[in-house]
Write a protein that binds this ligand. Structure first.
Ligand code: FAD
Length: 293
């Protein structure tokens, strides 16, 4: 495993923004992860693991951390009976494909989530009534304190949340699925993809939902739409004209543009509805949203 310097994170996020990581590595085994964690500890650097960068805004002026992107055996998927063992770096699409081929259903919801297993655990990703916490049997996490298996409850999985912190690397997850005909799985996936395409800007560079849905009769998207924000643009980032809870890279966007749009959206939602929207996207590199008050 090589530890590189100055790798651009813009190429590793779906929005296509972000500066350089102070250090970057692609560990392929758990031993590599341990080596990387030690390397960072010796230098007093934080460790952040990224998946497909589909829920990530990285600072434009760079991230002062060792950034890991899991590869090799840590991105592999193996089916064992009704259990799918997926590396933390495995794309959801690959795990879903393997599950379907083995006649195992229950992970279809993840066709809508363009991330990895590790990112899905971190966020407790979910869509169309399904979410990671419901299919996870246990998760292997490696940190400076060593490696261990954890249940979803032990990781504190709740709506788009886990208690995981940077420096804790999800290296593997076991999904317990149910027997289902591959043709039925395929049909469900086709149907969910069609719904998604009709409602969301699937052909644009985005990072998925910007804000979590508030406890309010309006979803975050409907609320921002009612605030007149569809199509609102700052720099190279714009609120999607198709779905107001998405920010698109409309050309040359920077993370700062997306953050400014988010701050404006929060301000308007608060003024108009008294709601403090909380962001769903993860912020990397010491960046923060401007305070509401
Ligand atoms: C078009 C689009 C649609 C989307 N739709 C949905 C949806 O319907 N439902 C939904 O829940 N999400 C959705 N998302 C958001 C995103 O895909 C999910 O949050 C996904 O789970 C993020 O996975 P990732 O691998 O890309 O993680 P990243 O974005 O790379 O990282 C997200 C967080 O997870 C951490 N992380 C990632 N991998 C690991 C690991 N192995 N170990 C420890 N920490 C890790 C990162 O440090 C970061 O804090 C969508 C995104 C897009 C672009």
């Amino acid at each position: 495993m090589t530890i590189e310097e100055g790798v651009e994170l813009a190429g590793l996020t779906t929005l296509g923004t972000g500066g350089r990581a102070r250090a970057f590595a692609r560990p392929e085994t758990e031993a590599d992860v341990e080596t990387a964690l030690r390397w960072a500890a010796e230098r007093g650097l934080e460790v952040a693991t990224i998946g497909l960068g589909s829920n990530l805004l990285a600072a434009d002026d760079g991230v002062e951390a060792l950034v890991l992107k899991l590869a090799g055996s840590l991105a592999a998927v193996v089916v064992d009976g009704d259990v799918v063992r997926a590396g933390g770096g495995a794309a959801n699409a690959v795990a879903l494909h393997r599950a379907r081929a083995a006649g195992l259903g229950g992970f279809e919801f993840a066709c809508a989530i363009p991330g990895t297993i590790g990112g899905g655990v971190w966020m407790n990703g979910g869509a169309y009534g399904g979410e990671f916490s419901r299919v996870l049997r246990r998760v292997r996490v490696v940190s400076a304190a060593g490696g261990g298996w954890f249940t979803p409850a032990e990781l504190g999985l709740s709506y788009r949340h886990s208690d995981l912190r940077h420096g804790q690397v999800v290296v593997e997850a076991e999904l317990r699925l149910e027997p289902r005909e591959p043709a039925e799985i395929k049909a469900t996936v086709r149907e969910l993809n069609a719904q998604r395409k009709a409602a969301q800007p699937t052909n644009r560079r985005t990072f998925g939902s910007v804000f979590k849905n508030p406890e309010h009769e309006l979803s975050a998207g409907r609320m921002l739409e009612a605030c007149g924000l569809k199509g609102h643009r700052i720099g190279g980032a714009q609120i999607s004209p198709k779905h107001a809870n998405f920010i698109e890279n409309a050309g040359g966007a920077r993370t700062a543009d997306a953050l400014a749009l988010m701050a404006e959206a929060r301000r308007r939602a608060f003024e108009q509805y008294g709601v403090e929207l909380r962001h769903e996207v993860e912020l990397l590199g010491g960046i923060e949203l401007a305070p509401l008050r």
